[in-house]
Write a protein that binds this ligand. Structure first.
Ligand SMILES: Cc1ncc(COP(=O)(O)O)c(C=O)c1O
Length: 400
């Protein structure tokens, strides 16, 4: 439609939201559907956090706040970065937005000029390229391989950098692969970045607390202090504290960048919800005891899903270090036929045929920039996961 802008034609609606909606629609029609598409913990927000929000309402914390967040939350963010990541930030370097997504949005709008390039390792979270494109920049996806456990290599990063590169968007543990970089793996990348002083790093640490098997999480500015002055360290309460609906994301970085992002937010959403900000203060300052307990449950589910998928004909599923996703390859099934004669030509065909035949909803890898794979979110009950994996095994076994 001519009325809609050219900019909008350059972006896609979120494929993960579309998959979740398709599962919902089929369920509403009475189909027995197991949705493995959604990227949110199935746990509830802990009670101490809910209580803090209720108290905030009763105290009358229901008005506009500072655009970039209340001082109490900015202090809690600085304390968190010091305590957990060994990073020193002043409150003036901290920034709060209505979710992690708007942090990315504000940072890109605040910094990108037409022609500026943003390196995005693939497979990537669906929103990165579209946010970059909306902000007028050029996304530069750099593919990783299953052989390298979906991690970007130093050589590939080096080769992707041009004089126009403005940012690297780094995400560990990763949505969609679950891959997380060890200290040495990350150091290999930061060594490259140190040599290219015009490249900034936006590190999306959303899944920091969801790592397994004693994996030690690290973030770029911690691994390479020389990058501190050009790193935006982003995080949020959505995944770690099961607060996806509260809409709070946060970050810290150089003051000039934070000021520019505040300017963008002042003309868009304004402050994040006052009540959610007080809930986030409690999330960051309150007990963290439930985090390892929940991570232990996620680890069990990861092991179950990886094992069951590797028993399915034609699938290959590496064991990721973190997040609540696996990213199996369906390469072994490309070219095969379903019992009713449809040829599986792509990971999208695989996902469509799977939901039609067995009512299991997954997201195809093309949406994350790397085929032929698909993403499964294991943030759902063990019973549902077991049943879903049995159906996937049956489906794969039915192809010829
Ligand atoms: C890697 C990654 N970054 C950011 C976000 C956005 O989080 P929020 O819900 O806080 O906007 C998500 C959510 O799925 C994510 O997976």
């Amino acid at each position: 439609m001519a009325f809609i802008s050219d900019t909008l034609s350059r972006i896609q609606p979120s494929a993960t939201i579309a998959a979740t909606q398709k599962a919902r629609d089929l369920k509403a029609q009475g189909r027995d559907v197991i949705g493995l598409g959604a990227g949110e913990p199935d746990f509830d927000t802990p009670d101490n956090i809910k209580d803090a929000a209720i108290e905030a309402i009763r105290r009358g914390e229901t008005k506009y706040t500072a655009v970039d967040g209340i001082p109490e939350l900015k202090q809690a963010i600085c304390d968190k970065f010091k305590r957990e990541n060994g990073l020193t930030y002043e409150p003036a370097q901290a920034f709060v937005a209505p979710g992690g997504k708007p942090i990315l949005f504000n940072a890109m709008i605040a910094t990108l000029n037409p022609g500026d390039e943003v390196i995005i390792p693939a497979p990537y979270w669906v929103s990165y390229p579209d946010i970059v494109a909306l902000a007028g920049g050029t996304p530069v996806p750099v593919s990783a391989t299953i052989e390298n456990n979906f991690k970007l290599t130093a050589a590939d990063l080096e080769a992707a950098i041009t004089p126009k590169t403005k940012w690297l968007i780094f995400n560990s543990p990763s949505n969609p692969s679950g891959a997380a970089y060890s200290h040495d793996e990350l150091k290999a990348l930061t060594d490259v970045l140190v040599r290219h002083s015009h490249v900034w790093v936006l590190t999306d640490d959303m899944y920091e607390h969801l790592v397994y098997d004693d994996f030690e999480f690290v973030t770029p500015a911690q691994v390479e202090p020389k990058l501190y002055d050009r790193t935006l360290t982003m995080n949020g309460v959505s995944k770690a504290y099961a607060m996806t609906g509260w809409r709070i994301g946060y970050c810290a970085g150089p003051v000039e960048l934070i000021k520019a992002m505040t300017k963008v937010q002042s003309q868009s959403t304004s402050n994040p919800t006052s009540i959610s900000q007080w809930a986030a203060v409690e999330a960051l300052n309150g007990t963290q005891d439930f985090i390892p307990e929940r991570a232990a449950v996620f680890k069990e589910r990861r092991d179950l899903v990886v094992s069951m998928l590797n028993q399915a004909t034609g699938l290959k599923c590496p064991t990721p270090e973190g997040a609540f996703y696996v990213y199996p390859s369906c390469e072994g099934l490309i070219g095969k036929k379903t019992p009713d004669g449809k040829v599986i030509e792509s990971d999208e065909d695989f996902a469509i045929a799977l939901i039609e035949a067995e009512g299991v909803s997954v997201v195809h890898g093309a949406a994350f920039g790397l085929s032929p794979f698909f993403r499964i979110s294991y943030a759902t009950s063990t019973e549902a996961l077991t049943e879903a994996c049995e159906r996937i095994q049956r489906f794969c076994g039915s192809l010829s």
